[in-house]
Design a protein around this ligand. Structure first.
Ligand SMILES: [Zn+2]
Length: 97
């Protein structure tokens, strides 16, 4: 009877320890994923202009709707083009369904 109780306690301790280890491992994994994403020299990242494909530092680039641009001129050109594309896409979607 006593032996069974001791075994139960050992199992409980092992279970809790395993759960803690698993949580620690999960947090460690999440930490690693986070550092990998923005670990590559912040501030010195090179981005590409969506319009003319030229590469430039992130600091000098303009950002609009998740895209990068080398100048406001190219940003305007891209946005006006994309509005036309979106209109065409909607038309195609309506035909398909
Ligand atoms: Zn450009």
């Amino acid at each position: 009877m006593n032996l069974l109780l001791i075994r139960l306690i050992i199992f409980a301790v092992l279970f809790v320890a395993g759960l803690k280890l698993y949580r620690m491992y999960r947090e460690w994994k999440l930490d690693q994923a986070g550092t990998q994403q923005d670990g590559s020299a912040p501030g010195n990242r090179m981005v590409r202009c969506r319009w003319c494909q030229v590469h430039l530092p992130e600091d000098d680039a303009l950002r609009e709707r998740g895209e990068w641009f080398c100048s406001a001129d190219h940003r305007e050109k891209y946005l006006s083009e994309r509005q036309h594309e979106q209109k065409n896409q909607h038309k195609e979607e309506d035909k398909g369904e």
